[in-house]
Ligand binder design. Sequence first.
Ligand code: ASP
Length: 323
Amino acid sequence: MQNSASLIVVLGTGGTIAGTAPSSADDSAYTAAQLSIAQLLAAVPGLTAAPVESEQVAQVDSKDMSHAIWQALALRVAYHLARAEVAGIVITHGTDTLEETAYFLQRVLAPAKPVVLTGAMRPATSAQADGPGNLRDAVMVARESSRVGRAGVVAVMDGTVHGARQVCKAHPTRLDAFGSGEAGPLGVVQGSNVSWLADPAHPVAASADAPLDAALTRSVTQWPRVEIVVSHAGASGAVVRALCADGVQGLVVAATGNGTLHHELEAALLTAQAQGVAVRRSARSGNGRVLPPAAQGLPGASDLSPVKARIELMLALMPSGAP
Ligand code: ASP
């Protein structure tokens, strides 16, 4: 459904896009999360020609993203989305965990308006900063998505639009660090034009998305504890046994091949599952889907990466309703 609202709300959470370095020649030795969202918006010429509002929700290097910030951010996104005059939301975010926040917000809010995450690979002080262009593109994608009736959470980086389910940081330094794997991107931004590559039914998130109120209302100290372990040459069950002894409630294993596991790690995971710990196998290769397991095996996580399978399992284990 097309939307006649025109206000874009930009929420700041920190990251390299808000980072500063002592020298404009320095693209790697910088401190993330230094500039306010108002300063980032002021650095984009013409951005406020159309209605834009901003709010600082957090100021963090996203490697340190927490469940508490996720909950606070989801509540602010939900608040602004409910305003009739709001066409869409843009969130500035560090690139390290941007894909996790995108998936979390999609699964928890299942928004009926566009929510666009963006960031930068170079700090704001860089002579060749990519943040202002990414922020301009993100606002444009939010506005254009609203105009044509596209909803849901996406990420916009380096002129490319990625769906929340598919988006993945795949390179530590390149400007085009993000990809959508074999699913491919949803669209591209060229100048002031957004070209959609996938139809609106492209699955930006899980199939049966519906808002999950528990993640908004339940204290984060009571969210289920779900950890990730990795299968690799020489793996053992020691990490799994230690986590179980420490009270973990769910385990995602980043598996080799089509969900294959080192036999020692697999034995420990089967024991954990028998003791009541929820276990999911996802592919550590970062692409494709893990096919269903044999009868007594460990359930697969479909096409979800290990970090997104962790979110999915955590939400699945979260009791509904307030504590
Ligand atoms: N460590 C930074 C962050 O995730 C990296 C970035 O934003 O590019 O906040």
